[in-house]
Each structure stands twice: as structure tokens, then as C-alpha cells.
Design a protein. Structure first.
Length: 379
């Protein structure tokens, strides 16, 4: 049986190869310990690399949704605060109206109340123009422009002919009447079956509405003459009518409108009723019963604010549940990613120390094998 001759060169080459392999294992363990990752290059383990890409995508999505939720909270908390402050202001206006409806109040006292109500109206206008993160939150998707322009409100009746058809609307009893037609000095505005007619020449206002006592179809109509302060004329663009929702993605494929519908709360009807109250208080001929009739309008506005705030609160509760869900998803996603990529530090340290011992032993053995020279064999 022939045996292969093992030469000194073969021993030296095998020793060097094993020593180099030991260096590679040491280098790999040192890289894992320094980076705390199983691999630093995709070719080291393609399966871990591919899974890592998917898991990192999940973690990145969760982080983005958490940033989106921060923006959602900013919008909703700002809106809720503005609605709360505005509701308080409306309660104060109602309280002052009840107080002024007492006929024992003199015209000067009512005029002083009108000054306070005027300041409350300015305060409500500032709430309507609330900004969050430099964006107007009560103007639909048009976040760069203020929703309320006070310069377009309270147009004088005598200035009606200076505006083109369709540019104006009238506020009366919490309703907005749109322009219908003009005939000479008479301008007509409608809201359903109700009509407001303004005669510029005589400065008279007439309100026509269905007779509640009528049983006929169509119903009989009844007309009442109003004082000139009973209606407020404003430009159509005085309060924005943008209804486009601002939606933010809170989960993958799930979006949530973060803004409230401004037309349900801030409108020409609201500001028109406040201006009507101011004008009524400034009119010395106003009676207590005239002011009493205005109270119900503010009750309706307050109810609208409460309803809108309740709807906003329901969405905030949903956002809080989504926030809780995202926190759980983040923990799960990061744990899965860690299990896939991260090394076991304790085990890696033990493997490194073991490999160092093996490497030293290999170096020691190699030194003994490669130590003899030709002179050593000739002795």
C-alpha cells in the first residue's frame, strides 16, 4: 500500500491556511461584537439580509405613523381648545343678552354691553383664524389663508348697489339667505321658502316665511317688516366655505380627517347674529322683547359648537386607540428585527475568547512545526 509523502512544505502550507482561517473567524466575531449585528454584508447571510429589509420597513412605517399621530394630536387639540374658548364666549354673549333684555336697562347701559359683545366677537374671529404649525385649522384644506375676513362683514344697506349680483348674502335668525334677484332698489335673498327683501331707497327690510297656521299646499306666506338692524349683509367670501377635509394616514391604508367642518360652527350666520345683537343694543328704540327673541339664536349656535366638539372628541378617542396599537406594533416590530439581526452578546464574547485560545494554540503548534531547518535535519 502506497503512502503519500508529507513534506515540510505541505505542513507549513496547511498550518498557514489554518492560521488564516482562524484570523477570519476572529475578524468575523470582532465585527459582530463591534456592530452587534450578525452580518455586516448581505453576502454573509442573504436570508438574514432579505428578512432584515422587510423588518426594517415595518419599523420605519411605525415610526412614520407615530410622527403622523403627533400632527393629528396637534390639529385636534388646537381645534378642541379653540372650540372650548369660543363656546365660553358665546355663553357670555348669551348671558349679556339676557341681562340687557331687562327693560330697566337704559340705552347707555345697553350701549356699554354692546362694546363688550363687540370685543367678544373679535375674540371669536381670532379663534376662527386659529393656526397650528403655521396652518389655519378652520379653513378645510386651504390651510394657508385665513377663513374669516372681518372687512367683508356688516355691509351697509346703502352700499348694496355697489356690489354685483351674487356677491352678498344676508344673515337672519341663524340662517344665511343667498342672493336671488334685484329689481331696481329692491334686493331679494332666499333660504328655502323664506325670503328677505331689502329696499335700499326706503331702508326697509321685509321677511316673508310660510304661515305656521296654514294647512294649505303650498303653504300660505306671511310677511313681517323688520328693523334695519335685524339683518346683517356680508360678502359671500367673508367666511370661507371650504369643505375639503384634511386627512392624515394613521395606519397603513387608513386615513382620518383631522379638521372640523368649519361651516357647521363659524359662518356668516354666527357673526351676523352677533352683529345684529350689537346693532340692537346700540338702538335706543330697542325693547327687551326684541332682545329676548335673539337669545334662541345663540342657543342654536352653542348647540352646534357642542355637537361639533363631541364629534371631534369621538375622533380623538379613536386616535388614542390607534396610538396604543402603534406602541404595541413598534415593540413587536423591533423585537422581530432584533431577533433577526442582533447577535447574542454573551455568546459572541464566549466564542471570541474560545477562538482566541484556539488561535494561540494554532500559532504555538505552527511555530513548533515550522521551527526545524535543514541544519536541524543534518544533525
Amino acid at each position: 500500500m502506497n503512502k503519500m509523502r508529507v513534506t515540510q512544505t505541505m505542513l507549513s502550507m496547511n498550518t498557514l491556511r489554518h492560521i488564516n482561517q482562524g484570523y477570519e473567524r476572529l475578524g468575523k466575531l470582532q465585527d459582530q461584537l463591534a456592530s452587534q449585528k450578525k452580518i455586516t454584508r448581505a453576502h454573509q447571510d442573504p436570508v438574514v439580509a432579505m428578512n432584515g429589509m422587510r423588518y426594517r420597513t415595518q419599523v420605519t412605517e411605525v415610526d412614520q405613523f407615530k410622527r403622523n399621530l403627533a400632527e393629528v394630536y396637534n390639529w385636534m387639540d388646537s381645534a378642541d381648545s379653540a372650540l372650548d374658548i369660543t363656546t365660553q364666549a358665546l355663553h357670555r354673549i348669551r348671558e349679556l343678552t339676557v341681562q340687557a333684555s331687562n327693560d330697566t336697562f337704559e340705552p347707555t347701559q345697553r350701549a356699554n354691553i354692546a362694546k363688550e359683545i363687540e370685543q367678544l366677537r373679535a375674540h371669536i374671529e381670532s379663534m376662527a383664524n386659529t393656526k397650528a404649525n403655521n396652518k389655519y385649522i378652520f379653513n378645510g384644506a386651504n390651510t394657508m389663508n385665513a377663513p374669516v375676513d372681518t372687512s367683508k362683514m356688516n355691509i351697509s344697506v346703502g352700499d348694496l348697489p355697489n356690489y354685483e349680483n351674487g356677491q352678498l348674502e344676508v344673515s337672519f335668525n341663524g340662517k344665511v339667505f343667498q342672493f336671488d334677484h334685484a329689481a331696481g332698489d329692491t334686493h331679494t335673498f332666499v333660504n328655502g321658502l323664506e325670503t328677505i327683501t331689502i329696499d335700499v331707497a326706503t331702508n326697509t327690510v321685509t321677511h316673508t316665511s310660510p304661515d305656521p297656521k296654514s294647512n294649505t299646499t303650498p303653504p300660505a306666506m306671511v310677511s313681517n317688516s323688520l328693523k334695519d338692524w335685524n339683518v346683517t349683509v356680508s360678502q359671500v367670501g367673508a367666511v370661507s366655505t371650504n369643505r375639503q377635509a384634511v386627512e392624515i394616514e394613521i395606519l397603513k391604508g387608513v386615513t382620518l380627517p383631522v379638521n372640523v367642518t368649519p361651516q357647521n360652527i363659524f359662518s356668516n350666520a354666527l357673526f351676523g347674529d352677533i352683529i345684529r345683537l350689537e346693532n340692537a343694543l346700540k338702538d335706543p328704540s330697542t325693547k327687551g322683547e326684541d332682545l329676548t327673541k335673539l337669545i334662541s339664536n345663540f342657543d342654536k349656535h352653542i348647540d352646534q359648537f357642542v355637537a361639533e366638539r363631541a364629534e371631534l372628541g369621538a375622533r380623538i378617542n379613536r386616535v388614542e386607540m390607534v396610538d396604543s396599537r402603534l406602541m404595541e406594533q413598534e415593540v413587536i416590530a423591533r423585537r422581530i428585527m432584533s431577533n433577526n439581526e442582533d447577535v447574542d452578546i454573551e455568546r459572541t464574547i464566549v466564542d471570541l475568547m474560545t477562538q482566541e485560545s484556539v488561535h494561540r494554540a494554532a500559532l504555538s503548534a505552527g511555530a513548533r512545526i515550522m521551527q526545524p531547518t535543514l541544519l536541524d535535519f543534518l544533525r
